[in-house]
Design a protein around this ligand. Structure first.
Ligand SMILES: [Zn+2]
Length: 434
């Protein structure tokens, strides 16, 4: 088996790996990079509309034969999860290539496409990966294992061919609500020898001062909510269902009503067949707020068709503003001008539960200034979606591979601190597994 990491050996984002056995080529993830070649942040919203030629000229399309252009196409693309830095170039690939993803990933990509203009998973190309059930693709056998990450449906991939095995961690963490998922991987890997572990290392080389777990975050949310008598606003990714659960649990524990927006409510509806979550419109006591931009839009029509029950749980902003101390509502900055008519209620608290870097964006800078003006505040309340450094050591020990190759990291050499056989690769450099 041969492995080539086309992008991701020295950076976070833009992940794209290729494995080859005989005549079969498989692509694992086709992500959009976070940074351009000069190290500047990329505007994903704009790049989603950019031409393939522009992406190519800026070096954003990895040179993989037949994946984006002429040449014999790979047998399949296999996705670990729905984040754009792993899927963002899917719509630029040869339309004849089938795409394997878990049902959860298909659902998150559907919701992300509908509400956040993220890349879609074309239905006719979609093939389902069921966790723990192997699929044969040409010379390969591929098995997905569910992992805990900041988007529902995430998986690690075990790829086997020619008596060799490679485990690609995708993105994951061991400090979430589902630590048992890693235990399951360790148990499965214990039954066979893993030749290569391709391990995500987002936190390598970064400060290790904040190692909050999802449960500790929930405690923080409860304390923050208890410290305010005004409206609580919550900003997080609706695709991160475990984070939604943390906010719902904190709302229950502080006696507040959790108000989902339509995006969050739709995701809860989608995942409710796979995991136990309340569904606004079906579970009593879970209202939905429909932001103004949705009203009378095609999205609203579609939503009314797919989830007619949701409209019955609609809550109007006036109701919330009459008793702001009773509610915790999902929020995004654009709502200040469109829904709150330019004025958030006095003394409201915004709990910001996303990557801190987004706070540099103009809409968040303006929101912070606005909160300040009305006597409110924004507090960060976040737990990373990526594995902490001490847990990387635990994960490697649990899988016990012959070789570890770091990926999705700006400091891959830091993995040498662990007691394991490390191989550092460069982008595009093929490695024959021994
Ligand atoms: Zn991710």
């Amino acid at each position: 088996m041969q492995l080539t990491i086309h992008r991701g050996t020295q950076e976070i984002g833009g992940s794209c790996l290729e494995v080859v056995s005989g005549k079969t080529r498989l692509i694992l993830d086709v992500g959009m990079p976070l940074l351009d070649r000069k190290g500047n942040s990329l505007d994903w919203m704009r790049l989603g509309q950019a031409s393939k030629e522009e992406l190519d000229s800026r070096g954003l399309i990895p040179p993989v034969s037949g994946l984006f252009s002429a040449g014999s196409p790979p047998a399949a693309i296999v996705l670990t999860h729905g984040h754009l830095d792993h899927t963002g170039l899917v719509d630029r690939t040869d339309p004849t290539i089938p795409i394997y993803a878990t049902r959860g990933t298909s659902k998150m990509m559907l919701a992300g496409n509908l509400f956040a203009r993220q890349v879609a998973l074309p239905r006719e190309r979609s093939r389902e990966l069921t966790p723990r059930e192997s699929v044969e693709i040409g010379a390969f056998r591929v098995t997905a294992f569910s992992v805990d990450h900041s988007i529902f449906g995430s998986a690690a991939l075990l790829v086997e061919a020619e008596g060799q095995s490679l485990l690609y961690s995708g993105d994951l963490r061991l400090h979430g609500r589902k630590p048992g998922m890693a235990t399951e991987i360790f148990a499965s890997c214990g039954k066979r020898e893993i030749d290569v572990l391709v391990m995500e290392g987002t936190h390598l080389g970064q400060p290790q001062d904040d190692q909050r777990t999802e449960y500790e975050l929930e405690e923080q949310l409860v304390a923050e909510i208890n410290s305010t008598s005004g409206l609580v606003l919550a900003s997080f990714s609706p695709q991160h269902v475990d984070r939604t659960v943390s906010f719902i649990r904190a709302a229950i524990r502080t006696g507040r009503t959790f108000v989902a927006d339509a995006y969050t409510a739709f995701v809860l509806h989608l995942v409710s067949s796979e995991t136990r979550v309340p569904v606004p419109g079906k579970s009593p006591g879970y209202p939905v707020f429909f932001p103004k931009f949705l009203k009378r839009s095609k999205k609203r029509e579609l939503l009314d068709r797919i989830c007619p029950f949701m409209a019955e749980a609609e809550i109007r902003l006036e109701v919330i503003l009459n008793d702001p101390q009773k509610y915790l509502m999902v929020f995004r900055p654009s709502m200040i001008s469109s829904d709150f008519s330019g004025e958030l209620p006095a003394e409201c608290l915004c709990l910001y539960s996303r990557w801190y870097g987004y706070l540099e964006q103009p809409e968040w800078r303006d929101a912070v200034l606005h909160l300040d003006r009305v006597g409110g505040r924004l507090n960060e309340a976040h737990a990373s979606g990526h594995i902490y450094v001490d847990d990387i050591r635990r994960f490697i020990a649990g899988v016990n591979p012959r070789v570890v190759i770091p990926v999705h990291s700006f400091a891959p050499h830091e993995i040498k601190q662990f007691d394991c056989n490390v191989q550092l690769l460069s982008d595009g450099m093929p490695l024959e597994l021994e």
